[in-house]
Design a protein around this ligand. Structure first.
Ligand SMILES: NC(=O)c1ccc[n+]([C@@H]2O[C@H](COP(=O)([O-])OP(=O)(O)OC[C@H]3O[C@@H](n4cnc5c(N)ncnc54)[C@H](O)[C@@H]3O)[C@@H](O)[C@H]2O)c1
Ligand SMILES: [Zn+2]
Length: 352
């Protein structure tokens, strides 16, 4: 017996993204008045300043449950997801419950994943508190944890109902973390928006508020790219966002925990362009490549000073990359039209 039937899944994505300065509490109050829920769980990163959670708590119902968790990259595991699921179950969180995640990209990925599988998916709201989370990881619905086989290998598409990105929350973020986030802005400008690329180049102020237009343009670009290819299925679609990430993830894995994600991506962007050049597959003009290098030097000074890694040490991680096909490693690099393209390389080409 055989049945062919259509199943409208995964369900359509609806996620409202709000970026502003200093309005997170007000926005949260408005949103909570507009939706129904029977209980709220707030999961936050233990590394956040306590005042941040206290301020939010003033705008939440009295019976809200608060849970702080340690959420570094090494906590981005199934064990942390299981810990959250156990809390939800013992707290009798129903399908009409609401989870609010407050933290960086790691916390959002883990809490979002737990929300995606608890009772087959419950609603969550993300209050991102790092630059990477505000302009990148909170957008597009990807949630994940790492496994011993590699980064982000278990996960689901489960976008938050709302993202409340408040740039004022970044005031307490260490400068190095902020600079790490700028790597993702340089990346998206390099593959999708030459105007933003030039704006980064000519921007001279260092205050957070002066950076708001650059941050919001980066978020807008991420929304456009994710919306165009929500499930990451196109040949060149959402995977354009992986410029710098094949090499970057391998570098990050080798230098964990001393390197930050954006620093590894900065090194990854430079390395991938160098590989493309050496293979005769780089269409970019020398001046543009030089500008990219200058941007990285200026905005992410910490990318320098890490030990040089051998190809032999990177290769096992490169082979784990999700974009790979059977015998090749895939790199995404910008092309001369400020779009992006895929190049495939083999382990032999790398080791040669
Ligand atoms: N889902 C996606 O589409 C996506 C996209 C990009 C990155 N990511 C993931 O995001 C993760 C990196 O996220 P990240 O860079 O935000 O790092 P992170 O979540 O580890 O946070 C960095 C550090 O900043 C601290 N912190 C957070 N907010 C703070 C604040 N406002 N003030 C003071 N300290 C604060 C945290 O305690 C932590 O120590 C990686 O795991 C990456 O895979 C996911
Ligand atoms: Zn990234």
């Amino acid at each position: 017996m055989s049945f062919l039937y259509h199943f409208n899944a995964p369900r359509p994505f609806h996620s409202q993204y709000i970026l502003d300065y200093g309005k997170v509490s007000r926005n949260l109050t408005t949103i909570l008045k507009s939706i129904s829920f029977d209980h709220i769980y707030v999961i936050s990163d233990i590394g956040l300043p306590s005042s941040l959670i206290k301020n939010l708590a003033n705008h939440l119902p009295l019976h809200t449950t608060f849970l702080e968790i340690s959420c570094t990259e090494k906590d981005k595991t199934w064990a942390t997801v299981e810990y959250l699921l156990q809390h939800f179950q013992t707290g009798e969180l129903s399908r009409n419950g609401l989870v609010i995640a407050v933290g960086g990209g790691v916390l959002g990925d883990v809490v979002g994943f737990a929300a995606s599988i608890y009772k087959r998916g419950i609603r969550w709201i993300f209050v991102p508190t790092t630059l990477i989370a505000q302009i990148d990881s909170s957008i597009g619905g990807k949630t994940a944890v790492n496994t011993s086989f590699g980064k982000n290998l278990l996960g689901a598409f489960h976008p938050p109902l709302f993202v409340l990105a408040d740039i004022a929350l970044l005031k307490s973020l260490p400068l190095r973390q902020l600079q790490s986030g700028i790597a993702e802005i340089i990346k998206i400008a390099a593959i999708a928006d030459n105007f933003l690329f030039n704006q980064l180049y000519t921007h001279t102020q260092s205050s957070l508020s002066s950076m708001v237009p650059l941050f919001s343009r980066a978020a807008e670009l991420k929304i456009e790219i994710a919306q165009d290819d929500p499930l990451d299925l196109k040949d060149i679609g959402r995977n354009r966002l992986n410029f710098g990430h094949t090499m970057g993830h391998a570098i990050e894995a080798c230098l964990q925990p001393s390197i930050l994600h954006g620093e590894a991506i900065a090194l990854g962007m430079l390395a991938e362009i160098e590989i493309a050049k050496q293979l005769g597959q780089c269409n970019l003009d020398a001046e543009w490549c030089n500008q990219l290098e200058q941007l990285i030097k200026r905005y992410i000074p910490h990318h320098q000073g890490f030990p040089t890694l051998s190809w032999e040490s990177l290769l096992p991680y490169l082979k784990q990359d999700k974009k790979n096909e059977k015998h090749s490693i895939t790199l995404i690099i910008p092309d001369s039209l400020h779009q992006a393209r895929k190049i495939k390389i083999t382990a032999d080409q790398i080791l040669r």
